[in-house]
Design a protein around this ligand. Sequence first.
Ligand code: GDP
Ligand code: IMO
Ligand code: MG
Length: 439
Amino acid sequence: MGLDKMGNVIILGSQWGDEGKGKIVDLFSDRFDIVARYQGGHNAGHTVFIGEKKFVLKLIPSGILRPGKQAVIGNGLVIDPAALLAEIESLESAGVEVTRNLFISNRAHVLFPSHRMMERMSEGRPGRVSIGTTSRGIGPCYEDKIARRGTRIADLLNPPVFRRQFDSVMQEKAEIARALDIYEELDLCAIRAQYEAFGERIRPMVRDTAMLLNQAIAAGRSILFEGAQGSMLDIDHGTYPFVTSSSATAGGACTGTGVPPTRIHGVIGVSKAYITRVGGGPFPTEALDHDGEEIRSRGKEFGAVTGRPRRCGWFDAPLLRYTAAINGFDSIVITKLDVLDTFDRIPVCAGYRAGGQDICEMPPTVDEIEKLEPVYECLPGWQTSTFGIDSYDALPAKAKDYLAFLESRTGVEIGSISTGPERNQTIVRAGSRFQSLVG
Ligand code: GDP
Ligand code: IMO
Ligand code: MG
């Protein structure tokens, strides 16, 4: 691809989510024509600050905050129409133009209250592994999709088809729920009518978005693909079963939008200068001590969707090498560097050991990941504020050394650094691959 013309780029999380994707996508979306989400649902929570205003995007791509840009909800998403409409209303009341710029795939799946009911069952049932989900019904909705009994947006817009599908699926769900003794009385007629009304409200935004995107590309327009969750929460490549139910990694951008791999020009990973995780599951570099507390309070590490405290720990280089391999990162963005400003020493996990051996590949099972012993190298902290710094040269020497160390241990270029939640608190490194892709 000639670098004079903007290509199509995927930006996604390289850890367990909440890396600051929303801020990065919002910032760089002005260089693209369209921003498209490709997976997940309203389990995502992307917080973006623009001046005094705070926006939390859940289903709608962060690019919607840029006037005149188009935003696409691709076929790979599961949509709770009530959550979508509430998000549209809250954005519009804050002065963001949504309905004219948002396009929703006719092939995306519809999430129902029964999905939340089924999730309560799987999360609460004795003997079942509790994943610590966001309780939004995401997993059960994807279960229905894969089981080929899901309802898609196109079905919702076809009342006779929708009624038939809804009645038969809900009857089946009620039988299962009764058999498992978790049945909650749902007023199915009211829910059906409510969903039909939702369908009418979103109808003007529904398109064949795969065609819309491919036609846009043919006309020379550029697309930024926005990942939700993170690579280690990917259904195939993450810490299964402590994952979400969708393809958060780069491949998901193609299946989740209908844009072919031959039209993608770059992949950028977003990573914190440390690491966090919400919910259950293995976490080799978790800091369960005072340092973990300090990261949490300085980084305000509380979930944007559920408010849960995020588990905090040190940067994990082998984990990033793994996610770089499966996503093919051209460059990474390191966010929240400023959160580490106060530490006098900063451990970085450079490798794993288990049973007296070096472990060079990410093990496939939770049992094995739990047995990993991180091998830390400690770097000196810079102990001065980096908050808001917007040029690489202005960073303290020890912060530059820290970044150079991460680069050397991950083997991936650090093309951009974020030093605060606001758009202008960002560094783009001159001459980087990152700059050529989005700068
Ligand atoms: P996402 O899910 O990947 O979009 O990330 P979240 O929005 O859930 O969490 C990231 C949080 O960190 C948000 O509250 C951002 O406003 C904030 N944030 C992003 N980048 C920076 C940064 O460089 N420094 C600081 N202090 N906060 C940041
Ligand atoms: P963003 O896009 C962090 C986690 C949940 C749970 C697991 C499965 O803001 O980075 P789910 O409700 O998806 O079935 O829960 O995945 N999880 C996230 N963690 N950030 C997210 O999204 C997440 N979305 C889901 O905490 O462990
Ligand atoms: Mg988040």
